[in-house]
Write a new protein. Sequence first.
Length: 154
Amino acid sequence: MGCKQLGTRQYVDTTTINIGMFQKLLSLAACWLALALADVSHLNSDASAAILSNQFDIGPDGSYTWSFDTSNGISEKEQGQLKNAGSDNEEEVVKGSASWTAPNGEKIVLEYEADANGYRAQGSHIPTPPPIPEEIARALKHLKDNPPPAAPAH
């Protein structure tokens, strides 16, 4: 903002103020226009997905089944039961599956099982280790067949 003097009077140069204000308003309008025209079609509305079905049943023996499906393609189901109830080798057994669509559009299907042997999952999306090279496999077999001698106790 500039002050100018004309004779004995001083006055404010409003041209500078108006141009600065106009630039700010123009910048703000450009930002609003960019937001309004932004492509948001790639954003997923998982938060607003509706539950299409939801079931949960518990049996008198403690077994259960549950499942649900949502409007965005997520589906899950599981069943569980107690085996050998009341004995020393009592164990819980759970089997289930889940499916959904990955951000890249791939349909993911996961199947799992959990019991006394641990948790095991299967699905084409789960990475698998590469095969062990033949030379390494032979070396491992040799070490297994010919363990090193035990170190002497001191």
